[in-house]
Design a protein around this ligand. Structure first.
Ligand SMILES: Nc1ncnc2c1ncn2[C@@H]1O[C@H](COP(=O)(O)OP(=O)(O)OP(=O)(O)O)[C@@H](O)[C@H]1O
Ligand SMILES: [Mg+2]
Length: 358
């Protein structure tokens, strides 16, 4: 019987301080021995967004306690762990450095292998914690900093089909919540209040919907929400209508662009039956899930979502990516440093900024 690998994972790339102990199981999925996440909602609420210096300080204050708790909850000792994984990027350097340095130190003093994980690979492989998934699959990664369609051919093997040319989807949700004064964190607030409004009340733009393949754009939509929000004079009903119309427009955009991405995936992989995996913080949005599940039924593809606790940032997905990389011998040296930008597909064109040709 093959030895089942166990990893300690550490995540501090943005505003969650997290540690987890994960072990592979017989089913090819993961046993979650512990999963501790401390969110910094209170620290950043007043500012309506993440303040890097405050986030880094909170990570420093909490990280030892969180790792200690993850180890205690797991009921196994550091000796029984096969390796340590910590997020090495992309993210805020001042935040990444906290988890990365402590992860490297634990690995060094306990003489264990160390894996520096790409946070996006953590999201990309996260549904595998609970589902046995075969490669290749189509990934829609929707998070606070990224929005991408990728072919996941294997661990460490990604091909980008499309990306946002401006804002990330999570960012668009957060900014909409801020403009409508719906509360923080923004994504869940928009989802909650959109249920109280009429989804077809405002006609909002769907930028680049009929061009640029499965690339996406949300900046024009955000500007339209800003323009409409100035006209509603704090009328609660209109505010909810605007939130509902925003959510509905996102659903329409994702429906159309995902359909294109599925076709591109089929063309490139020659797979007949497509598995669509939706991951990242925004994948927690139930309306988006229902919308993409409806699309997948229509075109006979299989849709898989991570459990809600694995959508937002967590260390279980980092430990899991660590195990997957370790098994492929993708182990890092202790001098690995934090990276603020780290695309999964290093050959993908950079799509943001001036000079972009659509
Ligand atoms: N129910 C929801 N509906 C819409 N958006 C949501 C929901 N829940 C969380 N989000 C959004 O998800 C984002 C956070 O996701 P995540 O933690 O994966 O992002 P991040 O780690 O900051 O960015 P990245 O993973 O790209 O580095 C936020 O923008 C948040 O508003
Ligand atoms: Mg994330």
């Amino acid at each position: 019987m093959n030895k089942k690998i166990t990893f300690l994972g550490i995540e501090t790339s943005c505003d969650e301080t997290a540690a987890a102990v994960i072990r592979e199981n017989e089913k090819g999925t993961a046993d979650i021995l512990s999963n501790v996440v401390s969110s910094q909602i209170e620290e950043h609420k007043e500012f309506g967004g993440v303040v890097p210096e405050l986030a880094a300080r909170a990570h420093l204050e909490n990280i030892e306690f969180i790792i200690d708790k993850a180890l205690k909850d797991s009921k196994i000792s550091l000796k029984e762990i096969d390796g340590v994984a910590a997020t090495a990027g992309p993210g805020l350097i001042v935040c990444l450095t906290v988890g990365l340095n402590i992860g490297k130190s634990i690995a060094a003093f306990s003489n264990k292998p160390f894996v520096g994980v790409n946070h996006l690979e953590g999201h990309a492989l996260s549904p595998g914690l609970e589902n046995k998934i075969k490669f290749p699959y189509l990934l829609l990664l929707i998070s606070g900093g990224h929005t991408q369609y990728l072919i996941v051919r294997d661990v460490n093997h990604y091909e980008q089909l499309g990306t946002t040319i401006d804002d990330a989807l999570g960012e668009a949700f957060d900014k909409t919540a801020k403009m409508l004064d719906l509360g923080y964190p923004g994504g869940p607030a928009v989802e909650k209040f959109s249920k109280l409004g009429e989804k077809d009340y405002f006609k909002l733009p769907e930028p680049i919907i009929n061009k640029a393949g499965c690339n996406l754009s949300f900046a024009g939509l955000k500007t339209a929400v800003l323009r409409e929000s100035k006209k509603i004079n704090n009328d609660e009903k209109l505010k909810y209508n605007l939130a509902a119309s925003f959510q509905n427009t996102i659903n329409k955009i994702l429906y159309k662009k995902t359909k294109i991405a599925i076709q591109e995936f089929k063309n490139k992989t020659k797979e007949k039956k497509v598995q669509l995996i939706v991951a990242g913080g925004v994948a927690a949005n139930k309306s988006i899930r229902e919308n993409l599940t409806a699309l997948s039924k229509e075109i006979n593809c299989k849709t898989i979502y991570p459990d809600l606790k694995f959508c937002g940032d967590n260390a279980a997905m980092i430990a899991w990516a660590g195990i997957k990389r370790f098994k492929k011998n993708l182990i890092d040296n202790i001098d690995i440093s934090a990276k603020s930008r780290w695309p999964l597909d290093s050959n993908a064109p950079y799509m943001k900024g001036p000079g972009l040709k659509l």
